[in-house]
Ligand binder design. Sequence first.
Ligand code: MG
Ligand code: MG
Length: 259
Amino acid sequence: MVRPKTEEEIELLRENGILVSKTLAEVGKAVAPGVTTKELSKIAETFIRDHGAIPSFLGFEGFPAAICASVNDVVVHGFPSDYVLKEGDIFTADIGTLYKGYNGDSAYTFPVGEVDAKTRRLLDVTKASLFKGIEAAVAGARVGDIGHAVQSYVEAAGFSVVRELEGHGIGRQMHESPGVPNFGRQGHGPKLVDGMTICIEPMVNAGGRSVYLSRNGWAVHTADKSNSAHYELTVVVRRGRAELLSTFDFIEKDPKINF
Ligand code: MG
Ligand code: MG
């Protein structure tokens, strides 16, 4: 059984959610042609540490960097590197914080300059699918309702959902039960209860859903080299409507950020 969080715990998760959301916006301000993904990781790490928190991905199961920096056909878990972003790329920052003993975890895919029309639609559909999932994450529903909402929206748009990776509960641990797949059947899976805190994070490919693991053991790529997008928010399940603990507002209300 998944234990719902207390209101005190939810407030600590919200503090983390706000910090991780602000960190994504700091990164977003710097995303542009000519910037390396290592530079973007450094911005995130500095911002997190300046706020008295720890970048929780660093060292997590051996992950060697402060953030996941995934470009174009990399779905998730890319290493920040000397790769120089160029016009037309897409860049996903997936960022975690550890603050006051609790975790934050959110992700956003940024266009680098102007992207082609199909890629623009991939970003829009993936983000919209996340909100479809959040709408389904109400007390009394089941985890499969979230996955069904994401999957049906994505597939109707002609894109595909990655099956090998999923969202998760969050609390003192970054990854807690239940797993929250981005595909599924309505009415199936663990029951959602008021106070459960989860990360919903669709990973969507412009082409087929097949992926492979890179030789470094971390980066997950699309098999057909198509672009992949990833948006993640932390929410608390409530009766009637889930409440956001992280937000994209810091990104999308900042006129300096290309999103
Ligand atoms: Mg994440
Ligand atoms: Mg996550």
